[in-house]
Ligand binder design. Structure first.
Ligand SMILES: Nc1ncnc2c1ncn2[C@@H]1O[C@H](COP(=O)(O)OP(=O)(O)O)[C@@H](O)[C@H]1O
Ligand SMILES: [Mg+2]
Length: 522
């Protein structure tokens, strides 16, 4: 940069946005320069999406001002953004976490939706030509004539970006864009963003992943509880500092993975097949053995059969072919109750839907699975003292922070809800397995948790592995899979593309398998 730095592309000053009961943005300042990728980092609920929705004209701020320096001008000016259309007219566009494309229309049609020119004045082939040019220039490969429903999620994201570029956006906001991408697609996205900023555009990249900040961004702003706690150049910070800023205290990254010799097979899947909710094949011949004392990770882009797999091995979905064996016992298409009784417990991906009864007290949630046996119940009667002792013991052992055993579970933080589910499932699983190795199906166990709770949950899973539990870990976080698993199986369109030992896992190799390449025999 020269002595006199250019004026900011955009400056948000003192932005306040309130929702009933929460201040989502609390006097936030944010300055973004032309030519930079600016990461907006923060835990879930920190206010990132809200702040950017204000900039993109989706929300009106309660207080604060936005200054913008249009391309080619040198003086920032105060702007009033009332709608997404105002924003795009000012050169600001946002790709939301949930795409807003129309599936039965083509790429080119989606790109011009909402533009002022009436359709019949438009020459579609000219639109397609322009789309092709932009897509080549930024290496956003997608066929303008393809229908949206034909595209992968990664391609749909490219259409959303093209849509903004077509409209001449100079400030592009991407909300957690890598969540739906393979590692290779993420790298390609990174290169596209580099091209944009090399031309003087600005990119605001929302994420809660520290690795992405250091990988993609030039500067980073950390939001915590709706406030800007720091804005730093990447070169002058590191993951430890960013984690501390994000969470508000020190965070340890190291997990000690003990040496555990795997025991006998606990959970065995043989040529499993199942359909998804639409009646289409979701699992197409899955075979996998999970041993006592072993964590087997399932890697894959969301929607490739992970959910169906977790449901078939917990009794929540019927297999159409193949077998599920638990300690050599045939369990295919048994009920959820029978799986629980066989010592197979489940941490569902949907914490408050399936995991907890939000309106019931924490104590009830903790005993939900244990209540059939003494000493919790005696005949048809629940015994209150044992319930209280049992819950208290779990709260202590799993470090669940709760104002009391009687408060409704929904009032706990996400991390403490997850710890409560873990406590209940692990305890029940052990009890049901009656001295034999239990199995645990953990689905996105740390998704949406803050760094501290993530660490606690991961540590608990490793402890259970040391105690001989067989764990099937489904996660979209490759770093998590590598840190916890003994072996990683990659799933793509309901098939396993390959299985690699986690200590030899190579992100690029996993990424190729996630995109559908079969592992080469070694
Ligand atoms: N439309 C809304 N109505 C009510 N509360 C909301 C709404 N959108 C966000 N919030 C709340 O505002 C806070 C910030 O949310 P958000 O901006 O989505 O955070 P982030 O994107 O950092 O995860 C959270 O407490 C969230 O529950
Ligand atoms: Mg968000």
């Amino acid at each position: 940069m020269t002595q006199t730095s250019p004026p900011p592309a955009v400056e948000m000053r003192g932005i306040v946005k309130r929702f009933p009961g929460v201040i989502a943005n609390d006097h936030v300042d944010l300055t973004v320069y032309p030519g930079e990728i600016h990461a907006l980092l923060g835990e879930n609920g920190a206010g990132k999406s809200t702040l950017m929705s204000v900039l993109a004209g989706m929300y009106r701020p309660d207080e604060g001002e936005i200054y913008l320096t249009p391309r080619g001008e040198t003086q920032p000016r105060l702007v009033d953004i009332h709608s997404p259309r105002d924003a795009i007219n000012l050169g600001i566009g946002m790709v939301h976490q949930h795409f807003m494309l129309v599936p039965p229309q083509t790429v080119a049609e989606n790109i011009i939706i909402g533009l002022d020119e009436p359709r019949f004045f438009l020459n579609m082939s000219r639109v397609e030509e322009k789309v092709r040019q932009i897509s080549e220039h930024y290496r956003l490969h997608v066929d303008p004539e393809a229908y949206i429903w034909q595209l992968s999620v990664g391609e749909q994201q490219r259409v959303e970006i093209l849509k903004l570029l077509y409209r001449g956006a100079d400030i592009l906001i991407l909300d957690e864009p890598t969540a739906v991408l393979t590692p290779q697609e993420s790298d390609e996205l990174g290169q596209t963003l580099r091209r944009m900023v090399a031309e003087g555009k600005s990119v605001i990249f929302i994420t809660h992943k520290l690795d992405e900040v250091t990988k993609f961004a030039d500067r980073v702003t950390v939001l915590r509880d709706g406030k800007n706690v720091a804005t730093l150049p990447i070169a002058e910070t590191n993951k430890t500092e960013l984690a501390r800023l994000m969470v508000g205290r020190e965070v340890l990254f190291r997990l000690d993975k003990a040496q555990v010799d795997p025991g006998p097979v606990v959970l065995s899947l043989r040529n499993l097949e199942a359909l998804n909710d639409k009646g289409l094949p979701a699992l197409r011949g899955i075979s996998l053995d999970i041993h006592s004392g072993e964590i087997v990770g399932i890697a894959g882009v969301a929607g490739n059969g992970q959910r169906e797999l977790s449901e078939v091995v917990t009794g929540l979905r019927k297999a159409t072919a193949g077998q599920v064996l638990v300690r050599d016992q045939e369990m295919t298409n048994c009920s959820p109750r029978e799986f629980i009784q066989a010592g197979v417990s489940h941490i569902p991906g949907d914490r408050l839907g399936m995991g907890l009864a939000g309106n019931l007290p924490v104590s009830d949630n903790l005993i939900m699975k244990a209540y059939r046996g003494a000493p919790i119940s005696s005949g048809p009667f629940l015994r209150f003292q044992p319930i209280r002792d049992f819950s208290r013991r779990l709260v202590k052992a799993f470090q669940i922070f709760t104002p009391g055993l009687g408060v409704p579970a929904r009032l706990l933080s996400g991390g403490n809800q997850q710890k409560a589910i873990l406590a209940r499932e692990i305890t029940a699983g052990d009890e049901m397995a009656g001295g034999e190795a239990a199995a645990l199906i953990a689905v996105h166990p740390t998704r949406g948790l803050d760094v501290g709770a993530t660490e606690a949950v991961r540590r608990t899973l490793l402890e259970q592995r040391s105690k001989g539990m067989a764990i099937l870990l489904i996660s979209e976080d490759l770093d998590e899979l590598i840190a916890l698993s003994d072996r990683i199986a990659v799933i793509y369109e309901g098939q396993i593309m390959g299985i690699v030992p986690a200590d030899q896992a190579d992100i690029a190799e996993l990424g190729l398998m996630m995109a559908g390449e079969k592992k080469l025999a070694d």
